[in-house]
Design a protein around this ligand. Structure first.
Ligand SMILES: *Cc1c(COP(=O)(O)O)cnc(C)c1O
Length: 396
């Protein structure tokens, strides 16, 4: 018989949902409040202000929605893209393609730039596609900052520069679902017009809350868009009243959780949070470098500089079943990783390393993976964990 309780805790190393800190769980345990309770408005205001500081934007409107990241994608398309306009979606792999499919399902035309496996967004291809669009049918460029499937983070400044160089009026829309609270990001400095995110990754809050930050230019484009919409409508949601802001009752528990999580990031200090993610990612990468010497696996992301600080995608060679490694890691050693998405299914496993994490947790995760690979008789270099220790100890 399987025991119904795991001694200790299972190490959650998916790149979202991520571990929820005790402070966030405690905040979410509070009783619901009536719609006129001023504490609801105070919580919403704290989330607004906290998100603006985290995004580094002074004036953008924050729209939070009771939805996951796909809901934020839908809100962007429905508000921003008129039915006769197109979207340029920069190829990053699974997530850019999923966003493209959803955008097309909503009746909008999509122009895709090609994606090469293991590489970040090709900014030259973005510039070329915009130059080809002499009639300016493209209303916006959609860019995924960190593609959670490939483990690649793209250079957003290069995409901004590509739009500028093409002298194209397209808006820049950035998906920071997997990177916010882990990698450096600054909305105003980037001149991003719309930024979207979700609660369950670097923001350390359970799934179900998404947000969109909208600048003045994007708001004006949305206001002129005749496409019918109601629930997602940004103009309708611009209100002091929480019942209007959320087009109905606000998701109070998730908002209280987010407020607490944003408070934790501020207490640690954003610079320290980012440095911690960089260090933990380096430790994981040091381990993967060590493992790779056994010949059976290696990095999916080909350029070291574009390897994500949130998630590492490990590519396995022919004859290695990543699902067997994952299954053993989870069921026998209590380390839960993620598998390959879309075309990467069966070719990779993914180690999430973002959110509420410290060095010992990362070493536990890496040790559990080594144990699982040993059980599975994978030919991996045996000093992966030792390299991660050396990295964390400051001499790796
Ligand atoms: C997770 C993720 C999404 C989708 O979020 P859901 O909450 O699962 O809908 C979108 N974009 C990126 C980059 C992601 O990592």
């Amino acid at each position: 018989m399987k025991p119904d309780r795991i001694p200790g805790h299972r190490f959650l190393h998916s790149p979202g949902p991520t571990r929820v800190p005790d402070e966030v769980q405690d905040a979410m345990r509070r009783q619901p409040m009536d719609l006129a309770d001023p504490r609801v408005d105070q919580c919403i205001a704290a989330c607004d202000q906290g998100l603006k500081r985290l995004l580094k934007t002074r004036d953008a409107d924050i729209h939070m929605v009771a939805a996951n990241g796909h809901g934020a994608w839908e809100a962007v398309v429905e508000n921003l893209i008129a039915p006769d306009r197109a979207v340029l979606i920069a190829g990053t792999g699974h997530f850019s393609e999923s966003w493209a499919v959803q955008t097309e399902a909503l009746g909008r035309r999509v122009v895709r730039t090609p994606w090469t496996e293991g590489l970040p967004i090709d900014a030259d291809a973005v510039e070329a596609a915009l130059r080809d669009d002499a009639a300016h049918a493209i209303a916006a460029v959609f860019a995924v900052h960190t593609d959670t499937a490939s483990g690649v983070t793209s250079d957003l400044d290069a995409i901004r520069a590509a739009i500028d160089a093409a002298r194209h009026p397209a808006l820049l829309v950035v998906d920071v679902v997997a990177s916010l609270g882990a990698a450096p990001f600054a909305m105003d400095a980037l001149r991003a017009n719309v930024v979207l995110g979700a609660s369950q990754k670097g923001l350390m809050t359970p799934p179900g809350l998404a947000f969109v930050a909208v600048d003045e230019a994007a708001r004006a484009v949305a206001a002129r868009n005749p496409a019918p919409r109601f629930y997602w409508d940004w103009e309708r949601r611009r209100s002091e009243m929480s019942y209007r802001r959320f087009c109905g009752t606000a998701p109070q528990s998730l908002l209280m959780g987010l407020e607490a999580a944003l408070g934790l990031i501020e207490r640690e200090g954003l610079a320290a949070v980012i440095a911690r993610h960089r260090l933990l990612a380096r430790a994981v990468q040091a381990a993967v470098e060590g493992w790779a010497e056994g010949g059976a696996l290696g990095f999916f992301a080909q350029q070291p500089a574009s390897r994500s600080v949130s998630v590492t995608t490990v590519a396995v060679g022919a004859g290695v079943d990543p699902e067997a490694i994952r299954h053993t890691a989870r069921e026998r050693f209590q380390v839960a990783m993620a598998g390959g998405l879309g075309p990467l299914a069966g070719r990779v496993f993914r180690i999430g390393h973002l959110g509420d994490l410290n060095p010992a947790m990362v070493l536990g995760c890496l040790g559990g993976i080594e144990a699982a690979m040993t059980v599975q008789k994978i030919s991996f270099g045996r000093d992966g964990l030792a390299r991660a220790v050396a990295c964390l100890a400051g001499d790796g």
